[in-house]
Design a protein around this ligand. Structure first.
Ligand code: NAD
Length: 527
């Protein structure tokens, strides 16, 4: 495997230009960014300090009000122009995502398409989601009640490295459409694609300064950002999510937290095994398993277990592992040594406890310094770390089940609850099983792409997988304050001077009884 020619693909000039757009109020130490493909240096961004965060938030706040004053249709048009420009600059963005994150080109391509689809979705639907809405009023005919949505002000986004374009930008787009400014802290390992995407946003018409990027470490820049904004979107590990929630709680900052997972898949005997194998091999090893909604536990009905396992192992072995910028590979590199160590520790622990490694289980330094083979384990005891903790790497465990109820119980035997999938020829049964799985989303007869691409439906986790939702109305409404304006048509709703209080109370009680009766007749009120 030839290593990519990093210096020619990512010239210093690009890195220097992008690093130059980071907000700082003084000279800062460099934070070096290396490509996982070769561990070569791509460039450096400033290791920002808390004062830089304060400056970035203040700058963003200065621009926000005039952006919010523009008609939402104008802001939607900016998002559509941005989507066009992402497609037009697709190849360059793919290079940057791949070089920073070490992923395969196909996995990088998913990010580009996600950003385009999300921009298009919110540009089309955002004006409707945020249109002032007439509500059922407390006193019909007398009262008019309208709900309005105002931007919260400055939204902070703290993002991980695994989907550095999607997570940095797609979660920001609805915030911008709602009339907010944004301050983004990308992961230490992957600042450049976020910076390039922000350039494209500005070219598309986002006013300069509305989106600020602060690069640097989580415990300096991240913590300050949580404390300084009006809403905070965090995507990352559950451990960091807890720390972020504590800081946000102290400062009464509303948050959405998209955290880790230990996602299960259930394969029933009547499933199309070809589809299930193809779907779950992709769903387990996409982005080398460094995907929050990837599958780490597969349960297969015993009568098809042997056949499924054989076909799954064969399909896994046919995946091409590689570390370069071509479309030739299915699985790329891991991000860093610490991620590789977690993977190795989980596999070693499982082996010690008697697990069988059917394929993989090895570093592949010959392919890339951080590459690890897609790995399939069986006979993994429940107390093995790989059975309980998020591995976030190319490792999946497979186990048979006899009783569907027990399989659902095992799927739910985790503190996480992000995503799951169910495979069966009986779609109604699949949907019924899906409803019993404790997870924010479940795909029936698909791994995860159909769920992720359904931008009109919410996505998020329960339990240790997070709080809040992205996508759909939820994904934009969270970036607003709801304001209710009630207007009284005839008479203010106060006791009438001429009536004694006991008579007024009796009249009000009669009124409430009548209202309840009326509302039971009203199909709108009955829903
Ligand atoms: P991480 O928690 O280590 O870091 C995420 C971000 O938080 C980084 O930008 C980091 O600098 C910042 N940070 C670190 N400490 C901080 C602090 N004290 N205060 C504020 N910010 C701080 O996570 P990671 O290793 O970058 O990402 C992998 C994790 O993200 C996995 O657990 C994965 O499941 C999860 N993830 C979840 C989703 C989802 O949608 N649920 C999506 C992608 C990744």
């Amino acid at each position: 495997m030839s290593a990519p020619n990093v210096s020619s693909t990512f010239p210093d000039a690009i890195g220097d230009r992008l690093a130059g757009s980071v907000t700082t109020v003084g000279d800062r130490d460099p934070l070096w960014v290396r490509t996982p493909f070769t561990k070569d240096t791509l460039g450096a961004v400033p290791a920002c300090q808390p004062a830089d965060v304060d400056e970035a938030v203040a700058n963003a706040r200065d621009v926000q009000a005039s952006w919010a004053d523009r008609p939402i249709e104008d802001r939607a048009a900016v998002l559509q122009r941005f989507a066009d420009s992402v497609l037009a600059n697709r190849s360059e963005l793919l290079d940057i995502v791949q070089l920073e994150a070490g992923k395969s080109r196909f996995d990088a391509h998913v990010e580009v398409l996600d950003v385009v689809l999300t921009a298009d979705y919110y540009a089309r639907t955002g004006p409707t989601h945020l249109a002032p809405t007439r509500k059922s009023a407390g006193v019909p005919l007398l009262t008019k009640a309208v709900e309005h949505y105002d931007p919260v002000g400055v939204v902070g986004l703290i993002e991980p490295w695994n989907y550095p374009l999607t997570l940095a930008i797609s979660d920001m787009l609805p915030a911008l459409l709602a009339g907010n400014a944004a301050v983004l802290k990308p992961a230490e390992a992957t600042p450049f694609c976020a910076l390039r995407a922000v350039e494209l946003l500005e070219e598309a018409g986002v006013p300069e300064g509305l989106v600020q990027v602060v690069t640097g470490y989580g415990d300096t820049v991240g913590e300050r950002l949580v404390a300084s904004v009006d809403f905070l979107t965090f995507t990352g590990s559950t451990a960091t999510g807890r720390a972020v929630a504590a800081t946000a709680g102290e400062h009464l900052v509303d948050t959405s937290l998209e955290l880790g997972g230990k996602n299960p898949a259930l394969v029933f005997a009547d499933a199309d095994l070809g589809d299930a194998v193809r779907g779950l091999v992709h769903g387990s090893f996409a982005n080398a398993g460094q995907l929050c909604i990837a599958f780490e536990r597969i349960f297969v009905e015993r009568s098809v277990y042997d056949e499924f396992l054989t076909r799954f192992v064969d399909a896994t072995e046919s995946l091409a592992l590689g570390a370069d910028l071509s479309f030739d590979y299915d699985v790329g590199s891991l991000i860093a040594e610490h991620q590789l160590e977690t993977v190795e520790t989980h596999v070693a622990d499982a082996r010690e406890r008697g697990a069988t490694v059917h394929t993989g289980g090895r570093r592949r330094a010959d392919v890339g310094p951080l590459c690890y083979e897609p790995t399939v384990l069986t006979d993994v005891p429940d107390d093995a770390s790989v059975a309980r903790e998020e591995t976030f790497g190319p490792v999946v465990t497979i186990a048979p089940f006899d009783d569907p109820d027990a399989a659902v119980e095992r799927a739910n035997a985790t503190d996480y609850g992000l995503h799951a999938s169910v495979w069966t020829d009986d779609r109604a049964r699949g949907e019924a099983v899906a409803r019993r799985i404790e997870a924010g989303s479940v795909s029936v007869n698909d791994a995860y792409l159909s769920m992720w691409a359904s931008t009109d439906a919410p996505m998020g986790g329960v339990g240790d997988s997070g709080i809040g939702r992205r996508h759909a109305r939820h994904g934009i409404e969270k970036y607003t304050h709801a304001q209710t304006v009630t207007t009284q048509r005839v008479h203010p709703l106060v006791p009438v001077d001429a009536l004694p209080n006991d008579v007024a109370a009796a009249a009000a009680t009669w009124g409430v009884r009548a209202l309840r009766r009326l509302r039971r007749l009203d199909p709108f009120e009955r829903g």
